[in-house]
Design a protein around this ligand. Structure first.
Ligand code: NAP
Length: 266
């Protein structure tokens, strides 16, 4: 009997036998109760990773992600971690290591947006964005690195934004912290590369999540007219890139800011 198309392809060695490239690995994803973080947690679990599902307020949604992973035969646990609190970040990394024995993948995803002119941005709002996007990333990464360095393997992936690349009027504070994440990524990659740890940022364009619910009607149409593929991205499209970067096959990619954005920034 002739082999099926897939079997014939597999015989060429072009298709990996097992899709579980992350089997045995442990991951912590912050802000994984919904949106992009949720899709990342599910994608890493689909790759075989055991996943700590971070959330801030929406415990039920985080538990639903855990249930979905466990029902499919995976392993996951929800953990509350306000990334503005460095001690909570350290505790989340420690809990990941306690539960799974290691931490191989850290995804700094938790985030909030702020659509305001700089002249209308208060110091409290500025401080809050810095705390969420920069201090949170710093604290989670700093806590995870010693574990990764000891095992000479690790993947640090931060979800920044196209606005960290180009900047956006009306989102100066958000652009500043996202650019900070990109700078952190480029510098840290050089520092920890010798330990087998890669550090990358994924900088999405507009993705269809609650964060973008304000984008409706004419505003949405105006935005889509600027995007060559004429649509918002999906959380799953970001997550599949993160899953790729988290895998052992991506070991030569580090210090990069990779932007799934539908062509709006080229
Ligand atoms: P989202 O749907 O609004 O979800 C935000 C997630 O972050 C939720 O899980 C939320 O937890 C969590 N979170 C918020 N503040 C937190 C804090 N202080 N500590 C810990 N967790 C916190 O957002 P998203 O669209 O998925 O965005 C995820 C990341 O992608 C963010 O870093 C964002 O800046 C970036 N990004 C998004 C887009 C986009 O178009 N959506 C584009 C570029 C970049 P609870 O559910 O418990 O509140």
């Amino acid at each position: 009997m002739e082999p099926s198309g897939m079997e014939a392809l597999a015989r060429t060695g072009l298709v990996p036998d097992a899709p579980c490239e992350l089997a045995g690995q442990a991951a912590l994803v912050t802000g994984a109760s919904r949106g992009i973080g949720r899709a990342i947690a599910l994608a890493l679990a689909a790759g075989g990773a055991r996943v700590m599902v971070g959330y801030l307020r929406q415990r039920e949604k985080a538990e639903a992600v855990v249930e979905q992973i466990c029902r499919a035969g995976g392993e996951a646990e929800a953990i509350q971690v306000d990334v503005r609190d460095a001690a909570a970040c350290e505790a989340a990394v420690a809990a990941t290591v306690r539960r799974f024995g290691q931490i191989d993948v850290l995804v700094n995803n938790a985030g909030t947006a702020l659509e305001k002119l700089l002249v209308d941005t208060s110091l409290d709002e500025w401080d809050d964005l810095v705390a969420v996007h920069l201090t949170g990333m710093y604290a989670c990464t700093r806590a995870a690195l010693p574990h990764m360095m000891a095992r000479r393997y690790g993947r640090v992936i931060t979800i920044s934004s196209i606005w960290g690349i180009t900047g956006a009027a009306g989102e100066v504070a958000y652009s500043a912290v996202k650019a900070g994440q990109n700078g952190f990524t480029r510098a840290l990659a050089q520092e920890v590369g010798p330990f087998g740890i890669t550090v990358n940022a994924v900088a999405p364009g507009a993705i269809d999540t609650e964060m973008n619910q304000f984008l409706q009607g004419d505003d949405l149409a105006d935005w889509l007219a600027r995007v060559p593929v004429r649509r918002l991205g999906t959380p799953e499209e970001v997550a599949s890139l993160v899953r790729y970067l988290a895998g052992p096959q991506a070991g030569f990619i580090t210090g990069q800011v990779i932007s799934p954005n539908g062509g709006v920034v080229v």
